[in-house]
Design a protein around this ligand. Structure first.
Ligand code: CO
Length: 129
């Protein structure tokens, strides 16, 4: 079951520069930075009420995140069980981008291809403990 928004992901050129705005100017609490996706993305999480903002800096120039430039990138929806949700969506005819949920910055995640689902990149996330 989908039960809320885990975070909104934003592509940025420079994580350090973006943090000066989201953390210092807006005043959001930055609580995590990690290199994810096998060294391809430097990502940061900031608390925003019950949800979060995720900033994504591409570390390779020829990846889709870099080619797409800065701006809104994806919306992550919360589920209690990413594996069960993936199976349920497959039964509905949905083809996720991953074979199985993967460990992401903030939990167990998989993505749905935007071209098939009305243009928005949707991430499904089972938050870590
Ligand atoms: Co995300």
């Amino acid at each position: 079951m989908i039960r809320g928004i885990a975070h909104v992901g934003i592509g940025v050129k420079s994580l350090d520069e973006a943090l000066r705005f989201y953390r210092d100017t807006l005043g959001l609490e930055h609580h995590k930075t990690e290199v994810v996706r096998g060294g391809l993305i430097r990502a940061a999480l900031l608390h925003l009420g019950d949800t979060e903002i995720e900033l994504l800096e591409p570390l390779s120039a020829d990846m889709p995140l870099a080619r797409r430039g800065e701006g809104l990138h994806h919306i992550a929806l919360v589920t209690d069980d990413a594996t069960a949700e993936m199976a349920r969506l497959r039964e509905q005819g949905v083809q996720p981008l991953q074979e199985a949920p993967e460990r992401g910055l903030s939990g167990l995640v998989f993505f749905l291809p935007p071209k098939a689902y009305h243009g928005a990149l949707i991430e499904i996330e089972e938050p870590a403990g």
